[in-house]
Ligand binder design. Structure first.
Ligand code: AMP
Ligand code: GLY
Length: 416
């Protein structure tokens, strides 16, 4: 099977790594990729938002499957363009990707499907904003309706900050605050059959102890030793299957990766958000634990034949990933800084620890930073403590001027 992956972050590196280990995959391409993905896939330049260009590239490569990583091309309808060219594509249509593209749309689908989520108001005027903030009280949860790369959400007890963020959005969702730990659960679906993956936890804040601003995600781990073993079955029954059924009922079936961001509150599981693609950095740890070869699962989802797939198999190993970010992330990050120590990790820590590249590029013989999140240093171990120790040992070998990372990823879950 010839596979083309669209995107160029650590999620796509994790996808390409898994696909490169799958004996069914005879050729692996990625566009645009990054300096790390170049080790496992052939890179191509393409405007990932341009459906016609992606379809042309896929046809030229005689790809049997296109996998679209990031949300922006999905929301732009790139999966539709690839499918219209007769090429199987893993990723939802433009209409179904609105589940991530519009928080208001997601709330509407959840209401229709009876999926538990925070109560919310959609506001467009200052008066509506004040009314909604008043109705819920502090802490305030204020969400830009549109895509914002994980940075459109402000959670604060400061009414002025909440109001200022709300006023800066064209359309804003203001909702009830959900307490309790967060869990990310992914499911692969063809629009009818739903195959859950294994839960992971992401660390969204920039600094240790969940301080600092929200980011795209600073680290993740799996499994979750503290979670109820029945969690996956419960979320399948109350969230994932009803959402997939509702989108099919509306005539806009969702095929691809359905990401449920959940809060385990004192009153039960609630959906915080849906995404329409693999989460980053959770994918790095989820795929590190997946035993089933990935390609045929994605192809069956793309072809509407997921019912032919047996349940997925998981390793008993635990996995931890730690994101190394640029100076000033999540503000405007500094880029172009030299990264060293990658060879040492490959020499001393493989195969248990390895570096997935997020924002990197080659500059002559050197590898330099090219984005906010630069590397996702991933490790497996017999338990979370061992995986965590290995991940941080590898992080310690990497040098990137001004870089930052959290030191407490999976610490509590590992009992450290
Ligand atoms: P989202 O982009 O919707 O995932 O929001 C980003 C982060 O904001 C989430 O991972 C949560 O940590 C936080 N958040 C979002 N919605 C809520 C809520 N209703 N209550 C508490 N925290 C929330
Ligand atoms: N880890 C959060 C996200 O992928 O949106």
């Amino acid at each position: 099977m010839k596979v083309l992956v669209i995107g160029g972050g650590a999620r796509e590196h994790a996808l390409c790594r898994s696909l490169s280990l799958d004996p069914d995959v005879t050729a692996l391409h990625c566009a645009p990729g990054n300096a790390g993905i170049a080790d496992v896939a052939e890179l191509h330049q393409v405007d990932a938002q341009d459906g016609a260009a992606v379809a042309r590239l896929a046809a030229g490569l005689e790809a049997d499957l296109v996998v679209i990583g990031p949300e922006a091309p999905l929301v732009a309808g790139v999966a539709d363009a690839v499918r219209a060219a007769g090429i199987p594509c893993f990723g939802p249509s433009k209409e179904a990707a609105e589940l991530e593209g519009s928080k208001a749309f997601a709330k509407d689908v959840m209401a229709a499907a009876g999926v538990p989520t925070a109560r919310s108001y959609v506001c467009t005027t200052p008066a509506e904003i004040d009314e909604a903030l008043d109705a819920f009280g502090a802490p305030y949860v204020v969400k830009d309706d549109g895509l914002a790369a994980g940075k459109g959400v402000v959670v604060t007890s400061d009414i002025e900050q909440a109001r200022a963020h709300a006023l800066s959005c064209d359309r804003v969702v203001i909702e009830e605050y959900l307490d309790g730990p967060e869990v990310s659960l992914f499911a692969i679906t063809d629009g009818t059959t739903v195959l859950p993956l294994t839960p992971a936890q992401d660390f969204k804040r920039a600094l240790d102890d969940d301080e600092g601003p929200n980011t795209g995600g600073m680290g993740a781990y799996s499994p979750l030793p503290w979670a109820d073993p029945k969690l996956v079955d419960e979320v399948m029954a109350t969230v994932l299957q009803p959402t997939v059924d509702e989108l099919r009922r509306r005539g806009t079936p969702f095929s691809g990766l359905l990401y449920a961001g959940l809060a385990i509150t004192s009153r039960g599981v609630r959906v915080i958000e849906f995404n329409a693609r693999f989460g980053d950095p959770e994918t790095q740890v989820v795929l590190a634990r997946l035993k089933t070869p990935l390609a045929s699962v994605l192809l069956n989802a793309a072809n509407g034949t997921l019912d032919a797939e047996p349940p997925l198999n998981w390793r008993d190993d635990a996995a931890v990933t730690v994101v190394v970010a640029s100076h000033n992330y999540p503000g405007t990050p500094r880029t172009g800084d030299l990264i060293t120590g990658l060879d040492e990790v490959a020499e001393l820590d493989a195969p248990h620890a390895y570096v997935l590249h997020a924002g990197t590029r080659r500059d002559g013989d050197a590898i330099v930073s090219a984005g906010g999140r630069v590397l996702s240093v991933t490790a497996t171990g017999e338990d979370l403590a061992q995986a965590r120790d290995r991940a941080y040992a590898a992080v310690g070998r990497i040098r990137l001027d001004g870089s930052q990372h959290r030191t407490d990823i999976a610490r509590k879950a590992a009992g450290q």
